[in-house]
Design a protein around this ligand. Structure first.
Ligand SMILES: Nc1ncnc2c1ncn2[C@@H]1O[C@H](COP(=O)(O)OP(=O)(O)OP(=O)(O)O)[C@@H](O)[C@H]1O
Ligand SMILES: [Mg+2]
Length: 532
């Protein structure tokens, strides 16, 4: 194309183009209608601890997020004709009566996604670990309906905690809800943390939700998780004890939404609520301040509902929905071992079993202080690895021992059989002891417990049971690889395999065996020397 031609075309195009653009712009300006977007603004009428009363906002919806000055948010919770009771998600000292409040038109939501893995966030999803903003901006509402029955699958895959007494006697399955219940300082958090640490390299993501705890306790947990490399697959959601009750109240819901996102991607997720006693107390505080009628133990009438709608969201999804799972370990603190108080009984009936921790065992140094007699797992045994069936009646033997032990205390003369049961039971108890942060893999658990169950440790003095365990672990390579592999298979342990294991274990334990002396070891369980 010649230069002459090019300049001609450009001129023509320019002329027609300019005219029409000016006309179009004129049209657009003349016909522009400013969109009228009314903003509903209300006024704060009173402020109390964690609660704000608001007037105005005639069209506000239940649980709608409201925005206050200073970047504060609140949830519209009591909607009366001329007043709205709002749960404040932040410091009430930043507000005064007369402040403006605005509707947001949406419910409370949190950021979700892979960017949250390894982060410590508050219940609003804002990072509190000084590692910068959370990159992923996908959000989910904190309150979501639980999956329908037809969307769920049965619990079928085990969730190993690495704690012998739990994996063998009170097994947990992926998608199960297992309550950890006990008095204060009985090792509740320790069990949950062990369960999280044991998910390393197991393709399970974890969410630890701390509700109303001391900052030092939360810092200790995070330090443990970081030290053991568990932050690579864990998200921590923290509402500390000195946060507003509103933040404590929404924390478990926010944490569940974060976990639920992963479940819906087909992942297996473990969530720990530490602990729901504080959650119930925060909700009671909010409800009483909002002047809702108090019921039993001054808790509001819907306290059962707030916990059941939280825990119903944990499940094993059907294969059509990618088959992910959400396993919940809610923690509840009892007072003076009263498991029949309002909140513990509620949660026992909502969950699929409970692990009961006894302060008596804790004092005696029987750690973890699990009271096997009061602990159950209603669905976990269906998910337990089949090889555990070779040690199935250990729970029964232990329960029989505990009953007989009480009798034996009265100096009753005992027949040979009873003495044997008691001696065997003492060794079971000794063998089920386990230090915190020392998870044990499935194969080691089964070999130790199989040897124990078949009486290979009955002639070893109680104080040497730990040495026996160590000897088995040290010589673990003596057990053929193919047998160890079969421990993880879908089939029960064959007689041949179990005989082979017992033969090798017998050889390893031989140097520790004492000649049976019936009146040895008659003393009560002694406090553990290693007790912290
Ligand atoms: N298996 C264990 N072996 C040794 N020490 C343990 C074991 N389990 C717990 N402990 C110790 O017992 C103490 C209490 O444990 P933990 O904090 O887990 O109890 P808790 O019931 O969660 O307490 P709180 O009621 O304060 O939340 C801790 O010092 C912990 O180190
Ligand atoms: Mg604790």
């Amino acid at each position: 194309m010649s230069n002459q031609q090019q300049s001609n075309m450009t001129d023509t195009e320019k002329n027609t183009g300019t005219t029409s653009t000016i006309e179009q712009a004129d049209d657009a300006i003349n016909n522009y209608v400013f969109p009228f977007s009314p903003r509903e603004i209300g006024i704060v009428t009173s402020v109390s601890t964690g609660i704000v009363k608001v007037s105005g906002l005639p069209n506000v919806g239940f649980e709608e997020l409201l925005q206050f000055p200073n970047g504060l948010f609140g949830i519209a919770y009591n909607i009366d004709e001329d007043e709205i009771g709002v749960i404040l998600l932040g410091k009430d000292s930043l507000l005064t009566a007369g402040d403006e409040v605005e509707r947001t038109g949406r419910v409370m939501d949190v950021p979700v996604g892979d960017a949250l893995i390894g982060r410590v966030v508050d219940p609003l999803g804002q990072p509190i670990d000084n590692k910068g903003a959370v990159a992923n901006r996908q959000r989910l509402p904190i309150e979501r309906p639980a999956p329908a029955i037809m969307d769920r699958n049965a619990v079928s895959v085990p969730l190993q905690t690495g704690i012998k007494v739990i994996d063998a006697l009170i097994p947990i399955g992926r998608g199960q809800r297992e309550l950890i219940v006990g008095d204060r300082q009985t090792g509740k958090t320790a069990i949950a943390i062990d369960a999280i640490l044991n998910q390393k390299d197991k393709n399970v993501l974890c969410v630890y939700c701390a509700i109303g705890q001391r900052a030092s306790a939360v810092a200790k947990v995070i330090a443990n998780l970081e030290e053991k490399g568990a932050m690579d697959y864990t998200t921590v959601v923290v509402a500390e004890g000195n946060n507003s009750p509103g933040l404590e109240y929404i924390a478990p819901y926010a944490a569940t939404s974060i976990a639920e996102y992963f479940m819906q991607q087909g992942r297996d997720v473990l969530i720990v609520y530490d602990d729901l006693t504080h959650h119930a107390r925060a909700y009671r505080e909010i409800s009483l301040l909002l002047r809702r009628p108090p019921g039993r133990e001054a808790f509001p009438g819907d306290i059962f509902y707030i916990h059941s709608r939280l825990l119903e969201r944990s499940t094993h999804l059907s294969d059509d929905l990618k088959g992910g799972s959400l396993t919940a370990l809610p923690i509840i603190e009892t007072e003076a071992q009263n498991i029949s108080a309002y909140i513990p009984t509620n949660l026992i009936s909502i969950t699929d079993g409970q692990i009961y921790l006894s302060p008596k065992f804790f004092e005696l140094g029987i750690l973890p202080a699990v009271d096997v007699g009061k602990s159950v797992s209603r669905v976990g045994d269906k998910a337990q690895l089949p090889s555990y069936s070779s040690i199935a009646n250990l729970k029964l033997e232990y329960a029989q021992f505990e009953e007989l032990e009480t009798f034996a205390r009265f100096g009753t003369r005992l027949d040979e059989n009873t003495k044997k049961t008691i001696e065997h039971g003492k060794r079971i108890r000794e063998c089920l002891k386990q230090q915190e942060l020392q998870q044990m893999p499935v194969s080691e658990q089964i070999i130790i417990l199989l040897a124990l169950k078949n009486g290979l440790m009955d002639n070893i003095p109680v104080e040497k049971i730990k040495d026996a365990e160590d000897a088995l672990l040290k010589n673990f390579n003596n057990f053929p690889d193919e047998i160890i592999k079969r421990l993880f298979s879908d089939a029960k342990l064959s007689d041949d395999d179990s005989k082979a294991i017992l033969k090798i274990a017998g050889t390893i334990l031989a140097p520790l065996q004492d000649k049976p002396k019936p009146d040895e070891n008659k003393d009560e369980p002694k406090p553990d020397q290693n007790k912290k």
